[in-house]
Design a protein around this ligand. Structure first.
Ligand code: NAP
Length: 285
């Protein structure tokens, strides 16, 4: 049996179109278009591309894009002052501090300064805490994208055995919380897990967010499992995920490709979060 390939590009386009329509209705009802502020420190080429794509997507959704670029040697006080200024600016709905930041800056400390209602990356301790308590929160974009793909693929999560490989703040941990919120029975695996293959074989739903090319192979997958590959790894042949796509495809019921799976969902969910932030802020004004 060959798995159904979950088309992240198509799902992300649907989400983006939905957000665009929501923005149109929001503006037609007399509200200002949501504004996303991006903050980029230094000139890391990959970060420049990510930020450019986020800004373009924002404009395509008819939101305003407000961009701040700071030199690689900017001090922490200056970054903190900019975040405080954006927190206070009513024109700014969402704030995105592009990570990673240069070494003299503490990314966690700067992220924590972002107003939780403008935290469209869902990475402040307040939003991470709300998520872990199962309360309304702005949720990290890639994990929300994983859940959207599972929903679109019609995967039954209630009572399912889910295994998440990876426990980062950015991906693994929020995915675990989101799966728990859907009543899955969740196991978190990481670099110290003793028998990774055995743990993975339990999974009806297997999410790999590791950063090791093709770590998850067909022997580690239960027949009929749904496999979501968050990994983006650059190898000689191009981009590959954390899952051996060709091998696992013959065993799984559904699988995301790399590229074209989880990747395109991240920006789509960023736009959805910016629209959600606009609503949350309007509700308390
Ligand atoms: P990370 O912060 O480096 O975390 C990696 C996690 O994988 C850690 O928890 C680590 O365990 C675990 N790990 C590492 N080697 C392992 C092994 N051999 N066996 C089992 N677990 C292992 O990475 P991340 O930010 O979560 O990103 C993970 C992957 O997703 C990367 O490829 C990244 O490029 C990709 N990513 C994609 C998107 C997207 O938009 N699609 C967004 C973000 C990230 P320990 O905690 O024990 O060290």
């Amino acid at each position: 049996m060959s798995a159904k390939v979950i088309d992240g590009k198509a799902v992300s386009e649907r989400v983006r179109e939905g957000v665009r329509q929501e923005v149109d209705h929001w503006v037609a009802a007399g509200n200002p278009a949501p504004g996303l502020a991006t903050v980029l420190l230094g000139d890391d080429p990959a970060s420049e591309v990510y930020v450019r794509n986020k800004r373009k997507a924002c404009e395509a959704a008819r939101m305003r894009s407000i961009h701040h670029e700071l030199a690689a040697d900017t001090g922490q006080d200056e970054v903190a002052a900019l975040i405080e200024k954006l927190n206070a600016d009513a024109e700014v709905t969402g704030i995105l501090l592009q990570l990673p930041v240069p070494p003299q800056i503490d990314g966690d400390e700067m992220t924590a300064l972002i107003d939780p209602l403008k935290d469209v990356d869902g990475l402040t301790p307040i939003n991470a805490g709300l998520l872990s308590q199962g309360r309304e929160a702005l949720v990290a974009c890639t994990p929300s994208g994983v859940m959207e793909l599972l929903r679109e693929a019609g995967v039954e999560l209630k009572g399912a055995e889910a295994v998440v490989v990876g426990r980062s703040k950015l991906v693994g941990k929020p995915v675990v919380q989101l799966l728990l919120a859907e009543d899955a029975t969740v196991t978190t695996a990481h670099s110290r897990t003793r028998d990774l293959a055995e743990v993975c074989r339990r999974a009806d739903v297997l999410v790999a967010a590791v950063g090791v090319p093709r770590l998850v192979n067909a022997d580690m997958v239960k027949p009929g499992a749904v496999v979501i590959d968050v990994g983006i790894n650059r190898v000689e042949e191009g981009l590959v995920g954390d899952v051996d796509f060709h091998g696992v495809k013959e065993k799984a019921a559904a699988i995301t490709p790399v590229p074209g799976g989880v990747g395109p969902m991240t920006i789509a969910m960023l736009l959805a979060n910016t629209m959600k932030a606009a609503r949350l802020q309007a509700a308390i004004r």
